[in-house]
Design a protein around this ligand. Structure first.
Ligand code: HEM
Length: 397
């Protein structure tokens, strides 16, 4: 087997269902051979060391438009700003930036606390699926309230957003993208309808404010408006749901850390930050080379697709001592779970806030949680449990 064949075999193994429960041994091997070329004929670049990932993410020579890669050029265009470059990226991000500042996130704390209390009060202490009973409903309700999406419509989003997040794997591993296009189409039709209803009204929610910008006509087209709404709604809940699941799983697998958190709920923020490093919800982001790029002894031509393995970077011993240890007092925020550079996650403060509120409440109220069952979602790029059932000694209200 050539070096390229064995690297491709490792990458293919990452995509196997049997790797879902724990991909980190494979990620370690990929990190050790990186930076390296992978893919058919070695046409993609893989970076997995913390230092290289950080450099690629911050480098203006890297484009976020994956459709520039020849293999992905037929993928249907959307105007989600996560895949755009300046100046369009800057313009669209600026329009929504204010709603996601740390101060705006902090203002939502009482609301997040109230929702967590309500959800815990209806949980069955003997058999509680934390994914369906807490991890999904909390962020979905918060982002819908921020956007001004009717509460009665929440049930519609699970399926569309599940199909969109699964399609991130199809993009990376060359799967079928027809379902992605269909989900995108259904989501877009829903928002087009909602926008039509909001026109000419004075609502203070984010959707109504964006509609008014679009009505001005010079800064936002309807296509951009719809793409932005789909991006905010999906990114605003899928990731947090996975982070809540991944953090709880890490705690359940490390009883000493769970005991420390239960003894001092103020350690919740540390437990969340460490889970972002140890088991990040977004495992991989993509870039394409603009012009040319040199890394190590590799020279990559224009339009090379670059896979940035954030999950591998978080376990890099070159950046984090004893990286396979989950330590809620580590005190490091140097992970790349929220990316870095111009596309640094817009919702990072909101995600930290909601997940910290969950684990403060959890530490104070849930007595002796024990893992009964866990199944991971089939996705590689968006990683988290699809079902996480615990048994408890009681849940205090
Ligand atoms: C634990 C939770 C979250 C994680 C791990 C996460 C992770 C990420 C990552 C890795 C990126 C960068 C993608 C890239 O570099 O190509 C990103 C971008 C983004 N995230 Fe998050 N995210 C989370 C929560 C949220 C929330 C709550 C929102 C709220 C709406 C959000 C909205 C966005 C948006 C709009 C972008 C695009 C930013 C840009 O392109 O400038 N995210 N996120």
């Amino acid at each position: 087997m050539t070096g390229l064949d064995s690297r491709n075999a490792l990458l293919a193994a990452l995509n196997r269902p049997s790797s879902r429960a724990d991909p980190y041994a494979l990620l370690r091997r990929l990190r050790e051979v990186s930076p390296a070329t992978v893919g058919p004929g070695g046409t993609m670049l893989l970076v997995a060391r913390h230092r290289d990932c950080d450099r690629v993410l911050r480098d203006p020579a890297m484009s976020s438009d994956y459709r520039r890669a020849p293999a992905l050029s037929s993928v249907r265009q959307t105007r989600m700003f996560v895949t755009l470059d300046p100046p369009d990226h800057t313009r669209l991000r600026r329009l929504v930036n204010k709603a996601f500042t740390p101060r705006a996130a902090a203002a939502l704390e009482p609301r997040a606390r109230a929702i967590v209390t309500e959800l815990l009060s209806t949980a069955d202490p003997d058999e509680f699926d934390v994914v369906s009973g807490l991890a999904y409903p909390l962020p979905l309700r918060i982002i819908c309230e921020m956007l001004g999406v009717p509460r009665g419509d929440i049930g519609l989003f699970a399926d569309w957003s599940d199909r969109l997040t699964q399609s991130l794997d199809a993009l990376m591993f060359r799967g079928d993208l027809a379902d992605r296009d269909q989900a995108q189409h259904e989501f877009a039709a829903y928002f087009a309808d909602l926008i039509a209803h909001r026109r000419g009204r004075d609502g203070d929610d984010l959707l109504s404010r964006l509609v008014r910008v679009e009505e001005n006509g010079d800064r936002l087209t309807e296509d951009e408006l719809i793409s932005t709404l789909i991006l905010l709604l999906t990114a605003g809940h899928e990731t947090i749901a996975n982070l809540i699941g991944n953090t709880l799983l890490a705690l359940l697998h490390h009883p000493d850390q769970l005991a420390a958190l239960r003894a001092d709920p103020a350690l919740a923020a540390g437990a969340v930050e460490e889970a972002l490093r140890y088991d990040p919800p977004v495992q991989l982001v993509a870039r394409t080379v603009r012009g040319g790029y040199r890394i190590g002894d590799l020279d990559l031509p224009d339009r090379t697709l670059v896979l940035v393995l954030l999950g591998a970077a978080g376990r890099d011993p070159g950046a984090f001592p004893d990286p396979d240890r989950y330590d809620i007092k580590r005190g490091s925020t140097a992970h790349l779970a929220f990316s870095a550079g111009p596309h640094f996650c817009l919702g990072a403060a909101l995600a930290r806030l909601q997940t910290t509120v969950v684990f403060e409440s959890f530490a104070g109220r849930v007595v002796d949680p024990e893992l009964v069952e866990v199944t991971h979602r089939p996705n590689v790029v968006m990683r988290g449990p699809g079902r996480l059932v615990i048994r408890t000694g009681g849940i205090a209200c």
